[in-house]
Design a protein around this ligand. Sequence first.
Ligand code: HAM
Length: 435
Amino acid sequence: MGGRIQPVKGTHDILPEEQGAWAAVRAAAEAILPRYGYREIATPMFERAELFERSVGVATDIVEKEMYTFSDSKGRRIALRPEGTAGVVRACIHHGRLRAHPLDKLYYLGPMFRRERPQKGRYRQFHQLGVEAIGEAAATLDVEVIALLARLLDACGITRVTLELNSVGCPACRPAYREALVAALAPHRAELCPDCQRRLETNPLRLLDCKVPTCGEVTAAAPRLLDHLCEGCRDHQGRVEAGLEALGIPFTVNPRLVRGLDYYTRTAFEAIAEGLGAQAAVAAGGRYDGLVAELGGPPTPAVGFAIGFTPTEIALRELGLPPEADLADLRAAARPRVWCVAITEDDRLPALALAGELRRAGLGPVGLDSRGRSPRAQFQEAARAGARHVVVLGPDERAAGQVVLRDMADRREERVPRDEILGRLAAAGRAPAGE
Ligand code: HAM
């Protein structure tokens, strides 16, 4: 006898009963994004590892520690995608979309993979809804994209979120800030955690984001990037803030907000939900004006974000609003209207055929016993499932080319010609229940 096989650490199953939050995010995406001009794109779940090294950055936690990388049979280094932006940009360059679509608005839904330390709301395979608007540098696009994020979160029922905003500068102003930061922190090197000691050389901006308390104390007094922005970045940031204010979208400026991915320029933002703990962002994103060129395409500005499904689900639960309304809808949609009951073994295939016919005709879920149980047990099951009608297939009726239609509300039964049953049920479906 084999032992049970455990799931891989950091992975999880999403059971049918847990699909409510997922359905809420998916439904919000599909209803809202097309209205904003976004179209769906799907890119592979694995890519050349180099794609993420050049976009997310070699000195980030994601690439350094968290990427699932392996060599294929030809020795090429492949990685499971840790995020979606790099793949979307690669696809746009590969298919020459950037010229044909001066502003390409794209979204995607799918799993991402990071070997993160398992903690509340963080998994090693997790799902994102990502949104990318590629081709426009103006701050109004940042405002539009952030407004879209607010709209999506609202539609998912996530109400208690804070939008944090910062500018991470650009290649013109960041190097000087980096130097100023290193100069200010180097004397405190010994007080920093080992990771931050290393980051001081490789990626000093990430120090601002370290969750170790002593590092937080050291960096509290460090110079702020917002005070070191070049004129272009300062102007851009001012326009983003003014635009959000004009639209009535609340935000707070967090000068310590740095993102865990290197491709960002200027605008960076996170949507923080209450009750999620340290890794509280339900969504995050920003502008990445250098990425397309970095990956070999024509210089093209862009901005986007991704919403994490799991943090969203937890946030919904913490709000005390498991999406009950959605769940009720889902349950109602899954409830069979019609149940086919087979009286004898010989009626089972005809019942299966009829159920298929009714489903194809759009009568919604149609129930059917697939265990060969007694007619009585089948009727009980139909009643438990809440079916409005039961269609009974028995030997006598079969011989006469008929079926029995039972209305479960008043238990009335009548014989109906087999080839009229579809029309009868469709007509009953149009009448209000109970009539
Ligand atoms: P990110 O901040 O790495 O950004 O991830 C975005 C969101 O994905 C997070 O706010 C969080 O909700 C969710 N998330 C990340 N890691 C995990 C995990 N291990 N388990 C569960 N959820 C997680 C990006 O990925 C960028 N590509 C976003 C972007 C798009 N920027 C521009 N365009």
